[in-house]
Design a protein around this ligand. Sequence first.
Ligand code: TXA
Ligand code: MG
Length: 310
Amino acid sequence: MDLRILNLTEENLALAARVLRSGGLIGLPTETVYGLAADAANEAAIERIYEAKGRPKFNPLIAHVSDIEMAQREGVFRPEALALVEAHWPGPLTVVVDVAPTGTVSKLARAGLDSVALRIPAHAIPINLVETFGGPLVAPSANPSGKISPTTLDHVMQDMGDKLDLIFNGGTCAAGIESTIIDARGERPALLRPGSLNPDWIEEIWPGLIRPDLNPAAPRSPGQLLRHYAPRAELRLNANAPEPGEAYLGFGPGAATLNLSERGDLDEAAKNLFSMLRELDQNYDRIAVAPIPTHGLGEGINDRLTRAAK
Ligand code: TXA
Ligand code: MG
């Protein structure tokens, strides 16, 4: 049977909730990237997610919730962590907190850890689906492990179409790179993955952001494997011009095969990053990438590019 593509309606939410209850996998948009969603409490469904992505079992999944009460049933929030999510949820912020005694997210989804990663996405489809379903949904990005994350329905269909029971269409994701992950268990917040929430905005609510070494032998966030977000083509970073045979992914004014943002806007560049990498990857074996500023969202963009170039 052909994969059903759904729009946001009451009927479709009810259908998707039934599919989730029977252990199904659903593709869905968020404001960052498309996710591959399943019932966070259903181990058989979570097995299917690891299998579909080819993801190592030591790499835990993010649980998506629809309100702060649901988040507090799943995790223990210190006051600073609560203030942080009150300021930035719904939004591209994931917090890692200790599992609450009332938590329902399965141990398999948490990769056996005593912590859980939680977020409320700023997108009507996942929020409404979590509400209709009535509990948290785990949703890793809907790409094979290690490859470029999907920011359009077509990307998901190409990568995961045959692994899904249903998919919601949400057009192109607004932010384009994954959520910023903060370890919110300590006295100070720690940046586990730079992403589409500007780290400066964390500091405004909870100062003293720690930037642990994101590339140590044993990362604090198991997903920070070195090679990730990777195209087939070879990438050359911080290139001021292409060499013969290279495609040029530009940033700011000037000639380029594709330009992340001609006006040098980091939000626009984040939104275009994965889809432009995919497009160039289809037509070139070597891609040179312009230097991208390292402040604000540039931290997340450079993190993705560095891992893609390994
Ligand atoms: O924007 C996003 O966060 C997207 C959308 C779909 O919500 N999701 C996403 O999920 O990026 P995924 O599975 O591709 O990345 C989840 C990251 C991994 O790097 C994982 O290691 C980390 O979250 N993570 C999950 N639980 C953790 C925990 N308890 N402690 C530390 N890191 C954790
Ligand atoms: Mg991912």
